[in-house]
Design a protein around this ligand. Structure first.
Ligand code: FMN
Length: 238
């Protein structure tokens, strides 16, 4: 097994594998209070650490496509949104449709990048095409404008909250895919590709494209990552 996947699997070991002495038994489904988590915060942080930007991806997904689709839908469905407006939308592309998407990106970029420097872009796009699928994240502007009309006092906030909701949905999908040992990276070729995407997949006019996530089997793990000092990021007062 790839070392990355080994670390991921060992750090994500479920509570069932922890000796009974250190963890109380999980109550049966019916006895669980609605908010009781079935994984620990430590499990979550291990997953958060395992989620990385991975560029070298392949088409051999470690789980069935149906599982990937359900995972993506579940992550977006459970993501929070302002006033529970559920403004996030997604186009999930697999197989030939994924390849077709990156072909559209390539043709649009070819129009704006000088031919003599296009080879670097082309190599990058070859890498994205080599992955198994893409999730295109949209925000439904019909939802945003309806909220603006309904809650005039918050009108300026709704577009901001919609963007925040999209970021949360993107992160949720990224994490959920990482748990399935599926690598991903996040790209932003919008708005260059908006019209092509709309026409090719019959996307409603109110859906605004915000980000494109490329995913697949992990061929090469992510590089080492560094962090700035906590002192610069956090203030704790008590
Ligand atoms: C809002 C946002 C926008 C990003 N845009 C891009 C992008 O357009 N292209 C890209 O290759 N990576 C993009 N990234 C990935 C970041 O470069 C990456 O998350 C960061 O370097 C930290 O690395 P990690 O994801 O491995 O933790 C984006 C990430 C975020 C959160």
């Amino acid at each position: 097994m790839d070392p990355f996947q080994q670390i991921l699997k060992s750090t994500l070991a479920r509570t069932e594998s922890v000796p009974q002495t250190s963890t109380p038994p999980t109550p049966p489904e019916a006895e669980r209070v609605p908010w009781a988590a079935t994984v620990t915060a430590e499990d979550f942080l291990a997953l958060a650490k395992a989620r990385r930007t991975i560029y070298t991806l392949g088409k051999d997904l470690p789980v069935a496509e149906e599982t990937v689709i359900d995972t993506i839908k579940g992550a977006i469905r459970q993501a929070p949104s302002a006033f529970n407006s559920q403004s996030s939308r997604a186009l999930i592309l697999l197989g030939k449709e994924h390849d077709r998407f990156w072909g559209l990106v390539r043709e649009q970029l070819r129009k704006v990048i000088p031919a003599e420097s296009f080879h670097a872009t082309s190599d990058k796009l070859d890498g994205f095409t080599a992955a198994a699928g893409s999730v295109l994240f949209f925000e439904d502007q019909e939802v945003v404008t309806a909220l603006q009309r309904q809650y005039i006092a918050y009108a300026d906030n709704f577009p901001v909250w919609s963007e925040q909701s999209s970021g949360i949905a993107q992160y949720a999908v990224w994490l959920a895919l990482a748990e399935k040992s599926i690598g991903a990276n996040l790209q932003h070729y919008n708005p260059l590709i908006d019209q092509d995407v709309r026409e090719t997949w019959n996307i409603p006019p109110s859906w605004k494209l915000r980000a494109e996530m490329n995913f697949g089997s992990i061929i090469t793990p992510a590089d080492e990552k560094t962090w700035i000092d906590d002192d610069r990021r956090f203030i704790v007062a008590r």
